[in-house]
Design a protein around this ligand. Structure first.
Ligand code: SF4
Length: 257
């Protein structure tokens, strides 16, 4: 492979590809969740090279930045991957907005979680229904709620296996690979957004701030998950009890590595 990566990082990249290939072998119905942040486009770049590609989806909450939505076209043009775009139930959105207003998420954690429930969690439950596994671009380094993030875990909320292949990657490693391989990334990252979510609930961060400080910045730091990764909050409340594991190891002679 013609990488301009250091040997340790090239080894890490190759291990990621091998791990993803094994996930695809074990769970051909698995889907990669993409919020079109840099971790997600890195994983899309990786899965595009697999002998058995994995499907990709995103949750279009109706409140995303235009730059994030535009990444669907970027991914299609670069990789030929059609991102499955999941949208919330229009009636539920209308009813919530009619009762609480367009910006109720600023009023309380409960109303914010209600909005995330309608715009994110319900569409996620729909797209994952009947599947055996999903993958995310979460990393331990990203926030207090992710410091115990395992590479794989049973997702009690949605009832399937969940893989976090970048759990132990640092931001520097992600960006080194992205730049070396010319992986496309969301232009919001160059405008101070290390973590990208819905437009009204995400702000740019200052140098040295927690990478997720811009997400729901008006809330306490330990409540800032949207329901997609509820296990992170459970683990935060009960440290040390989270079922965890590494990525699947190569236990057959036929898996790709
Ligand atoms: S991040 Fe904000 S706008 Fe997006 S679903 Fe959650 S509360 Fe609603």
């Amino acid at each position: 492979m013609s990488l301009t990566l250091s040997p340790p990082l090239e080894a890490r990249w190759e291990a990621l590809l091998a791990g993803l290939a094994r996930i695809a072998d074990m769970h051909p119905d698995a889907l990669l969740a993409s919020s079109m942040g840099v971790e997600d486009t890195l994983l899309i770049h990786a899965v595009a090279q697999l002998p058995r590609p994995l499907g990709v989806f995103m949750l279009d909450t109706g409140r995303l930045h235009a730059e994030t939505l535009a990444m669907v076209d970027v991914v299609r043009e670069r990789y030929g991957i059609e991102t499955r775009v999941m949208r919330p139930d229009a009636g539920a959105v209308r009813a919530h907005v009619a009762e609480h207003g367009e910006f109720a998420f600023y009023e309380s954690v409960a109303l914010r979680k209600a909005c995330c429930g309608i715009r994110k969690v319900e569409p996620l439950r729909r797209v994952l229904a009947g599947r055996s596994a999903w993958l995310t671009g979460q990393r331990r380094e990203q926030s207090l709620t992710r410091v115990e993030l395992p590479e794989t875990e049973w997702d009690e909320t949605f009832g399937l296996q969940k893989f976090n292949p970048l759990a132990f990657w640092t931001a520097d490693e992600v960006w080194a690979v992205v730049r070396a391989l010319s992986v496309p990334y969301n232009p919001l990252h160059d405008r101070g957004y290390p973590s990208i979510g819905c437009e009204p609930c995400t702000r740019a961060v200052r140098p040295g701030e927690d990478p997720r400080a811009g997400r729901w910045w008006w809330e306490q730091r330990d409540s800032r998950e949207c329901g997609l990764h509820a296990g992170n909050l459970r683990a935060r409340a009960h440290p040390g009890v989270r079922p965890r594991g590494p990525l699947p190891t190569d236990t057959t002679e036929t898996t790709t590595s």
